[in-house]
Structure formats: structure tokens, C-alpha cells
Design a binder for this molecule. Structure first.
Ligand code: PMV
Length: 318
């Protein structure tokens, strides 16, 4: 049995919008920058199978919570595996099993961690069959990107930049962050991120998006390089609102935020108004990610108290 694990990541500057004119899959319209979430992980196991086709099942293993995959989700996962098999010249059929260490119903997009783990596990399989020499992380990230764009960023720890040059780790000297996820919706999304990537191209606000992202990326690099937390927090806040505004102004519009999202955002705004903010961001979903800097431990404890009515998945840093 061959296996691999990979972490999730949260974008501080979002990958939102796919170039529909490029045939190569998952080519973004803009650069993105993420922080890898080591505590939210996926595991993929690969076993030889005597069946006539590849198959997938939820992994049952102590410490891992089985994933529920829709028919479409299963197809997408197997399609990526078949792409990787072809890439490395792997023959035969296999049984894939996968699981996350976070609850499936927590509304956390697990495609980044699970596609990254699938890419790594298939690479291990190719190595075990002597079908490949060592491959760099950037090359593996680019292969993973073919299955799920954001998964390429999960191949790196810390901060990852994905731009026209590809994927690379950046900011090794930038601050380590402590992550909390405020779970405000446990349902599957009504609009998938694949659909969102295409629909936002119809938004009147899409014009200028690439320039806005470039300016924010530059500002965020400056902020982290100068340890200017306030300015970094402002950029990250603006960026998730920009992405959600694209959703709200697409044709037809769609919404992920719910009443609790607004309640928590207002509460954060009130409680942090006299303080240096943590990084607050959202994915294509209703849940809120908060990333705290060193020195913000008391603020984190305080917000945990204020948000005690909600489920929080909290990173524990020893
Ligand atoms: O990798 P995908 O196609 O699931 O896209 C995910 C895009 C967002 O999560 C909404 C933003 C991002 O950059 O991760």
C-alpha cells in the first residue's frame, strides 16, 4: 500500500477566475498568495486492484474522518488520478481511499488538501515502480494544479505564491500565523468553486480585478517584509470582500455569506476596533478564517469567548 498526506491552505490573495481561452486546465486570471494550514490534512492511500477500473472509497483509519464524495466529486478525483497515471506511465487498476482529519460537514473545501495528497501518493507509486526520478515540488504543484488549482499551493509549507511563473514558496522570514476557522455553514455549497471561477467573469466588477490584485499583492509583500501587521490585515480584509463582491454581482448573482457570517464579521470589527487586527478572510463559503500573529494570543482568547456560540476549529501550536 502506498500513501501520502497533504495540508490544506487558505488564500490571502484569492485565485478566483479561470482563463476560459487557455485549453490547459486551471489557468488563473490572476496571481494568488496562500498560507498553508498544517493542522487541516488529507490522506490518500493507493492499493493494487484486480477490478477492471480504478475506484474510490472513503478511508477508514484511526484518527481520520471519512470523506463523503458526490458522484461528480468522485469522477473528478479519479480523472486526476488517471491523468497522473498517464503522465508517469503507470498501468493497471487501483483502489484509492481518502480521508481528512477535519469533519466533512465543516464546510471546509478539502479539494486543495485531497488533490495535493493524491498527487503526492501517485508520485510515490510511480517512484515505487521506478517510473520516475525525483521531481521538484514546483513540478508536482503544477501537476496537482491540473486536478484542483488551489491544491498546487498545498505542496509548500508557509506562504506560497502562484503566478504566471508557477508555484513557489515565499516569505520564509514572514511571521508564522495561528489559524482559527469559525464554522458557520456545514452544508455543501450550492455553487461549486469551479462554477464560481467561470461565473465571476460575467460580473461588472471583474473589470479592473487583475490590477486590484496586483496592487494588493505588492502591498501585502511590503507589509510582511516590513512587519506592518495593520496594513497586511487591511489588504487581506479588502481582498475577500472583493472576491465576494464578484459573486454578488455575477450574472446571475450568488451568495455564500449567511446571517451568522455578517454577525461574526460585525463582532470582529467591534472587538478589534481599537486594536491591531488579525488577518480575517473567507473562502468561497460562509465560514470565516482568522489568522493571528504572535503577540495576539490574548485577542484570540477574547474572540473565542465572544464567539462561544459557534463551532471553532482551532489550530493548536505547541
Ligand atoms: O482550486 P479550486 O478550483 O477549488 O478554487 C478555489 C478557489 C478559492 O478557494 C475560492 C480561492 C483560493 O485561492 O483558494
Amino acid at each position: 500500500m502506498i500513501f501520502a498526506e497533504a495540508p490544506s491552505n487558505i488564500a490571502l490573495i484569492k485565485y478566483m477566475g479561470k482563463n476560459p481561452e487557455v485549453s490547459d486546465t486551471n489557468r488563473p486570471t490572476n496571481a494568488s498568495l496562500s498560507y498553508t494550514l498544517d493542522h487541516l490534512r488529507s490522506r490518500v492511500e493507493i492499493q493494487n486492484s484486480s477490478a477492471e477500473s480504478d475506484s474510490w472509497q472513503a478511508l477508514q483509519s484511526p484518527g481520520w474522518l471519512p470523506i463523503e464524495l458526490s458522484e461528480k466529486g468522485r469522477e473528478k478525483f479519479l480523472k486526476h488520478f488517471q491523468f497522473l497515471k498517464k503522465h508517469w506511465g503507470i498501468h493497471g487498476c487501483f483502489q484509492l481511499s481518502s480521508a481528512n482529519n477535519f469533519p466533512a460537514g465543516a464546510g471546509i473545501a478539502s479539494s486543495a488538501s485531497s488533490f495535493a495528497a493524491l498527487t503526492l501518493a501517485t508520485y510515490e507509486l510511480a517512484k515505487s515502480l521506478n517510473l520516475t526520478a525525483d521531481v521538484s515540488r514546483s513540478e508536482l504543484a503544477d501537476l496537482s494544479r491540473r486536478g484542483s488549482g488551489s491544491s498546487g499551493r498545498s505542496l509548500f509549507s508557509g506562504y506560497c505564491l502562484w503566478d504566471a511563473e508557477g508555484f513557489q514558496q515565499v516569505g520564509q522570514e514572514w511571521p508564522q500565523l495561528m489559524h482559527d476557522l469559525i464554522v458557520l455553514d456545514e452544508e455543501h455549497k450550492s455553487v461549486s468553486s469551479s462554477e464560481a471561477h467561470l461565473r465571476i467573469l460575467t460580473s461588472s466588477q471583474f473589470a479592473g480585478r487583475i490590477d486590484r490584485v496586483d496592487a494588493r499583492l505588492k502591498k501585502l509583500f511590503e507589509a510582511f517584509n516590513q512587519a506592518d501587521i495593520s496594513s497586511g490585515a487591511q489588504v487581506v480584509w479588502d481582498e475577500f470582500w472583493d472576491m465576494h463582491t464578484l459573486f454578488h454581482t455575477s450574472q446571475p448573482p450568488f451568495f455564500y455569506m449567511n446571517e451568522n457570517t455578517m454577525k461574526v464579521l460585525r463582532l470582529i470589527q467591534i472587538e478589534c476596533s481599537q486594536l491591531t487586527w488579525p488577518l480575517v478572510t473567507m473562502d468561497a463559503g460562509a465560514n470565516i478564517h482568522i489568522l493571528y500573529f504572535k503577540g495576539q494570543e490574548n485577542l484570540r482568547k477574547h474572540l473565542h469567548k465572544c464567539l462561544s456560540e459557534f463551532k471553532i476549529i482551532s489550530e493548536v501550536i505547541s
